[in-house]
Write a new protein. Structure first.
Length: 439
């Protein structure tokens, strides 16, 4: 094969980590020359495993974040050098588990011992790791081999083993957000419900959870349709812990949950939805400079439910002067930075109607025109506990663990406002109240 002059271990930037000079005819500057030539070849896409420059041959491998470089001035067998470098890599992996910059820096002493044994005056010697282990018995600092992702090994990557809790509990919140847009004629032009099943688990061990819903597809397959209210969910998305094959087979939501908070699933309903809180605003102008709002807010859900923390945001012209407000319930505050009145009602029972009256002045006649058609929509915020628009119900939530402990499941339902907007009604007509029967 011929003799090698030196072996270098370089990082990705070409800096020398370890090198062994066997013949004294090569300097560390040749490593810099190698990186320069390699960069030139990479720019022209002419990279080769052997580089010759000014009577010096460079043969190299790239392993992980390292360059292993053999340098010689003689006419060597390039393929034999490549084979030798691969054998050298196997030796280092035998000692260090992984050949990386970190493993070299942690084991300088044994690295130099190995380099002295595998080559003598530039000629290869022993390259069998088992034979070398008989002579070089220094304990190397082995890098821990990263385990493959648990998902690859079909294990549970989202939950570690050995979790313990004094009290085993599962909390499930069915949270639905109502998105609604009503135009100036009082017509609902878009409506959608986006739901999320939020879970918080404090369970010992590796429990198996099973969740049953009033799923229309499931009930139809069992011939139970019509016996109780069901829901048809769209765009269902599950957390990775859910066994999709099981769900596709029998619609059972089976999973080993992560510890703590996570979203189990999300869904959507695009069917026509009645406005839960209807707001209409009548605009009157008793004089050229004075404008009055008469705002009526009506809850259109059953009286056994109550909306909490209701906020109705009423836009005003940006240059409105001294708004004066009177409400039949709650409180209203003018927020100048938002150019709006914020009407707050802490508790809004179903089947109720409340009124707000407001008057303000405008500095010019032109400004009055902004009230007509140019105002942004009214926005409504609310939260209704123990209520869902879709009618989704948790039929059961079971926790099964090999130790047999009993877990306490807690389920609650919440409906809140998402993008809930109602445009100002046209002045020429005051729409009659919507007649939507409660389902």
């Amino acid at each position: 094969m011929g003799s090698l002059s030196a072996i270098f271990f370089l990082d990705v930037k070409g800096r020398i980590i370890v090198h062994r000079d066997y013949r004294g005819d090569i300097s560390p500057k040749h490593a810099e020359r190698f990186m320069s030539k390699l960069s030139e070849l990479e720019e022209t896409s002419m990279v080769t495993p052997v580089i010759c420059d000014e009577g010096v041959s460079y043969v190299y491998l790239q392993i992980s974040n390292l360059y292993i470089l053999a340098v010689t001035r003689t006419n060597v067998n390039a393929m034999a050098v490549v084979v030798f470098l691969h054998r050298l890599v196997e030796v280092f992996k035998h000692y260090f588990q992984e050949l990386e910059e970190e493993s070299l820096r942690d084991n300088f002493v044994i690295v130099y011992e190995l380099l002295d044994e595998v080559m003598d005056f530039g000629y290869p010697q022993f390259t069998e790791a088992k034979i070398l282990s008989e002579y070089i018995k220094t304990d190397a600092h082995r890098l821990e081999t990263p385990k493959p992702p648990m998902a690859v090994t079909n294990a549970v990557s989202w939950r570690v083993e050995g979790i313990k809790h004094k009290k085993n509990e599962v909390f499930l919140d069915a949270v639905e957000s109502v998105h609604l847009l009503v135009n100036s004629n009082g017509t609902v032009i878009s409506s959608e419900v986006v739901g999320v099943l939020k879970m918080r688990t404090f369970l010992t061990g590796m429990p198996e959870c099973k969740l049953g819903l009033n799923d229309k597809v499931l009930f139809e397959s069992q011939g139970r349709i019509g016996k109780q209210k069901t829901v048809e969910l769209e765009d269902i998305k599950f957390h990775q812990c859910v066994r999709l094959a099981r769900f596709e087979n029998d619609r059972t939501i089976s999973f080993i949950p992560p510890d703590g908070n996570f979203d189990l699933m999300s869904y959507r309903l695009s069917q026509n939805i009645k406005p839960l809180i209807w707001v209409e605003c009548q605009v009157e102008k008793p004089s050229r400079s004075r404008t009055e709002y008469l705002v009526k807010a009506r809850s259109q859900f059953k009286d056994r439910s109550t909306a909490n923390n209701v906020e109705i945001i009423l836009p005003l012209p940006a240059d409105a002067i001294s708004p004066a407000v009177k409400t039949s319930i709650g409180s209203a505050v003018y927020v100048p930075e938002k150019s709006a009145l914020v009407w707050t009602i802490k508790s809004f029972p179903g089947g109720k109607e409340y009124v707000l009256r407001c008057h303000f002045n405008l500095p010019s006649v032109e400004a009055q025109d902004e009230v007509r058609g140019k105002m942004p929509p009214m926005k409504v915020k609310f939260e209704i506990p123990y209520f869902t628009v879709s009618g989704i119900q948790v039929r059961y939530l079971k926790v099964i663990e090999k130790s047999g402990y009993q877990a306490l499941p807690w389920v609650r339902y919440i409906t809140c406002a998402g993008n809930y907007e109602i445009r100002f009604q046209n002045e020429a007509q005051h729409p009659a109240p919507l007649r939507i029967t409660n389902s």
